[in-house]
Write a protein that binds this ligand. Structure first.
Ligand SMILES: [Zn+2]
Length: 304
């Protein structure tokens, strides 16, 4: 599953209903080693073009890190999902490949202005290096969290408050409602299906799509909604940030949201043991060479 050497246009697809309604602005491949969201969007737009179902408003699918997707790397010069700071967004120049990508994505968004829609939503598609159930990462501002609770997946609050320069922080800052969807492990076949399922559900929830008006009811939606998992809401309790010079090796086999106990060995950092200080759950353990965070710890929020 990769998109290397493929020339995919910045706009993967646009589909509109005849009536004014909301905008659903979907970004995928903001990390170049995460093609799953792009594949899901391509499949979705192809089905929309065939079935031509009624929706109110517009869905647009936008390619994230175009240059990095072509080489299959997470990024070229800097992490595109750390570049959306006030300073870099407003800078005249774009000295890195990623800042150029960012300017191009903003230029696409400007073609879908606030006044043309009843509301604007965003959805940013990612995958993780560790095995995981699909989940939403949401910044708890405006109505983001209430919107996120329309979907049958775990919800984690607060990532983009801790990690500076995420694309969802930018969208939220300019008044667009939405979240990040982490659909599964980078190479898992389930990831594209999970992306696709949440995209269909988002189109149903935001733009009134009746999923029965498609040529066939999407299997991926059935699979996700029939899962027996109890979906929970979590908050981030701790971030294990790494310095550039650190050597870091996560203990093998941790799955995202796996329970951890106090004193459990989690990783080796510069040859020294890193042990848990919490009875909680591990979140985003690092199993790839590029990345600034070793792991996070999350705690379940009672009563959501
Ligand atoms: Zn990502």
């Amino acid at each position: 599953m990769n998109l290397q050497n493929e020339q995919i246009p910045r706009i993967i697809g646009v589909y509109s209903g005849s009536k004014k309604g909301p905008l659903l602005f979907v970004t995928a491949g903001v990390h170049g080693n995460e093609p799953s969201g792009v594949l899901a969007l391509q499949k979705m737009f192809s089905e929309l073009q065939h079935a031509k179902p009624y929706i109110s408003g517009t869905i647009v699918g936008v390619l994230g890190n175009r240059a990095a997707l072509q080489t299959g790397q997470r990024f070229i010069d800097e992490d595109l999902n750390r570049a959306w700071t006030e300073k870099k967004v407003t800078a005249e120049s774009a000295p890195t490949s990623e800042q150029q990508e960012m300017k191009e994505i903003i230029a696409v968004l400007e073609r879908f202005p606030e006044e043309a829609y009843t509301k604007r939503y965003f959805l940013d598609c990612h995958t993780t290096s560790a095995e995981t159930l699909p989940f939403i990462s949401v910044q708890n501002v405006g109505d983001n969290d209430a919107w996120a609770h329309h979907f049958p997946v775990h919800i984690v609050r607060g990532f983009s408050d801790l990690v500076y320069g995420c694309i969802d922080h930018y969208f939220s800052r300019i008044g667009i409602t939405g979240f990040v969807l982490e659909a599964g492990q980078h190479d898992s076949v389930d990831s594209a299906a999970n992306h696709e399922a949440i995209l269909w559900l988002a189109l149903q929830e935001a733009c009134g799509l009746n999923l029965h008006t498609l040529i066939s009811y999407p299997k991926c939606v059935q699979t996700l909604t029939k899962s027996n998992t109890t979906w929970k809401t979590f908050e981030i309790a701790y971030r294990h940030e790494l310095k550039k010079e650190d050597t870091f090796e996560m203990q093998p086999g941790f799955k995202n949201f796996q329970k951890i106990e106090k004193d459990q060995l989690l990783a080796l950092q510069n040859g020294k043991e890193v042990r848990s200080l919490w009875n909680a759950c591990i979140y985003m353990p690092l199993y790839q060479s590029q990345g600034n965070d070793g792991f996070f710890v999350v705690k379940e929020v009672n009563g959501k």
